[in-house]
Ligand binder design. Structure first.
Ligand SMILES: CC(=O)SCCNC(=O)CCNC(=O)[C@H](O)C(C)(C)COP(=O)(O)OP(=O)(O)OC[C@H]1O[C@@H](n2cnc3c(N)ncnc32)[C@H](O)[C@@H]1OP(=O)(O)O
Ligand SMILES: CC(C)C(=O)C(=O)O
Ligand SMILES: [Mg+2]
Length: 512
């Protein structure tokens, strides 16, 4: 038996059956292009008889999206099949997917047909589809609640009529893995002609078992799995394709099977589907959720910093996420805390790390998410207390249209008063030059910007600027005042202090 598992993506058909998710033609085409890039084998682009818009979407996708088979869904009615063919006929590989229920409950209450009538309708539909295309998929809706002998009889007849793929749906998500695996195994052994076709499964998630059931089916002979991106679909949704693919890839030892999916495209596809359908992905969703590669607790973060595989069974890069996310919160430890500070450009001595970490833990008890801004504020506190850094004590500016801008600045350092004056191209330049005279350093300003924090004439100005000494490492300074020159002076001194602090001798420690 082939080791290749074909992926049938029905995001644009069953996925669109999610309450609230509706896609226009352009959006469907965008998703179809991305699905082709992802490497699925078949795109079920829609149900062409259902509306002129859906027909148009399927037809455009069939014409324009290359390198993938395109399927259109059809009931056993000939009008449905004819319409599906009209829509998919220009695809590189055009598939008609026709279906009818086989469970007694559906036959009695919905179709109001006898078993014989359903069998006849199935055979006629497959033959009709086959008159158009070699690639015909036949599905037995509500298979999991169908009488197994009758189901096998219908499948055998559909194969004899020309079906090339037989799909066994768990339409209402009723199956459980072990039982479902045996069910598929029986079909694979019992149905006449089954060895000539691909056996497929289509599992719904009403009990949260869609992926588990699909995998049980694959273990028992299914070689096509149907699913959707992010697991969207009718009611609780369909099997999530990204979970299926990553299970097969991660557990090759168990399955020894492969798909044609470029897994690095998974995350991009998931985001696109979520954005266009408006169906949010829950944070703890496997593979593509915001937290799928996020670690919050100290012990896990420590492990991941030392060796990613201690707490990750797949790498974020495999699914197209740039890196794992160490979330800082009250459960984090010093290893993760120090790593994040280093990423922000701060090297702390053992004493500084101890103090900053204690402050971080106190803050984390009160605040759920600790942001980089919070960390900066914690470090600012360390910088303010550190020796050899400067405090702005006094500022006088002389400026106007007829005078050369001049600044007089008084700073304090280690208890000492330091005063200098300087001229500049403008008042801010004069301030910086006066500060440079005091510090003995000549810094280049690479950026200066102001935001009004409050409104009105007495608005508080928030100046942010960036300086560098070596043209490489940049230090950001911030100052707030009602006077923008005072805010600029504070921001400049703030940046200079970071530079001084960063270049202090640091006794590096290992955290035990
Ligand atoms: C499990 C699944 O996901 S199946 C796919 C579900 N998706 C959809 O239904 C979305 C698209 N559907 C539609 O736009 C419409 O339902 C249409 C165009 C298909 C049909 O619309 P209508 O003709 O107005 O029928 P309506 O939807 O109310 O009822 C369905 C009819 O199809 C019949 N039917 C259902 N499945 C099948 C089937 N596989 N083969 C033949 N007939 C079927 C029902 O018995 C019912 O027939 P009745 O009118 O003789 O009682
Ligand atoms: C059309 C069929 C395959 C379906 O979506 C289902 O049975 O859930
Ligand atoms: Mg379905």
């Amino acid at each position: 038996m082939s080791q290749r598992v074909y992926l049938f993506d029905t995001t644009l058909r069953d996925g669109e059956q999610s309450p609230g998710a509706s896609l226009n033609v352009d959006e469907k085409i965008q998703i179809a292009r991305q699905l082709a890039k992802l490497g699925v084998d078949i795109i079920e682009a829609g149900f062409p008889i259902s509306s002129p818009g859906d027909f148009e979407a399927v037809r455009t996708i069939a014409r324009e999206v290359k390198g993938v088979a395109v399927a259109g869904l059809a009931r056993t009615h000939f009008e449905d099949i004819d319409r599906a063919w009209e829509a998919v006929r220009h695809a590189e590989q055009a598939r008609i997917h026709t279906f009818i229920s086989t469970s007694d409950i559906h036959l009695e209450h919905q179709l109001r047909m006898t078993r014989e009538q359903v069998l006849e309708a199935a055979v006629a539909a497959v033959k009709r589809a086959k008159s158009y295309t070699a690639d015909v998929e036949f599905s037995t809706m509500d298979a999991s609640r169908s009488d197994l002998d009758y189901l096998c009889q219908v499948l055998a007849a559909a194969i004899k009529a020309g079906a090339t793929v037989v799909n066994i749906p768990d339409t209402v998500g009723y199956a459980v893995p072990e039982e479902w695996g045996k069910f598929i195994d029986t079909i694979c052994h019992k149905v006449e002609g089954i060895e000539k076709v691909i056996v497929s499964v289509h599992c719904h998630n009403d009990l949260g078992l869609a992926v588990a059931n699909s995998l049980a089916a694959v273990m028992n002979g299914a070689r096509q799995v149907e699913g959707t991106i992010n697991g969207i679909g009718e009611r609780a949704g369909n099997a999530a394709l990204e979970e299926l693919v990553m299970t097969l890839r991660t557990r090759k030892d168990l399955f020894s099977l492969y798909t044609g999916v470029h897994t690095e495209e998974i995350y991009r596809t998931s985001r696109l589907v979520s954005n266009l359908t408006g169906m949010k992905v829950q944070a703890n969703k496997a593979v593509v959720g915001k937290n799928a590669f996020a670690h919050e607790s100290g012990i896990h973060q420590d492990g991941v910093i030392k060796e990613r595989t201690t707490y990750e069974i797949m790498s974020p890069a495999m699914v197209g996420i740039s890196k794992s996310n160490l979330v800082l919160g009250k459960l984090s430890g010093r290893h993760a805390f120090r790593q994040r500070l280093e990423e922000l450009g701060y090297n702390l001595s053992s004493e500084e790390l101890k103090n900053a970490f204690a402050r971080f833990k106190k803050l984390a008890d009160k605040k759920r998410d600790i942001t980089d801004d919070d960390l900066e504020a914690i470090i600012e506190e360390e910088i303010r207390k550190a020796p050899h850094t400067y405090t702005l004590n006094y500022l006088h500016i002389s400026s106007g249209t007829t005078v050369v801008p001049t600044a007089t600045v008084v700073l304090q350092r280690d208890g000492q008063r330091l005063e200098e004056a300087a001229c500049g191209n403008g008042p801010v330049d004069a301030i910086c030059k006066a500060v440079d005279k005091i510090t003995g350093m000549s810094c280049t300003m690479v950026n200066w910007g102001i935001n009004a924090i409050t409104s009105g004439k007495d608005a508080l100005g928030d100046v942010t600027l960036k300086i560098t000494m070596d043209g490489q490492k940049v230090y950001v300074g911030r100052g707030i005042s009602t006077d923008i020159l005072d805010a600029s002076a504070k921001a400049y001194v703030n940046a200079v202090n970071k530079l001084v602090w960063d270049n202090r001798p640091v006794e590096k420690i290992d955290i035990e």
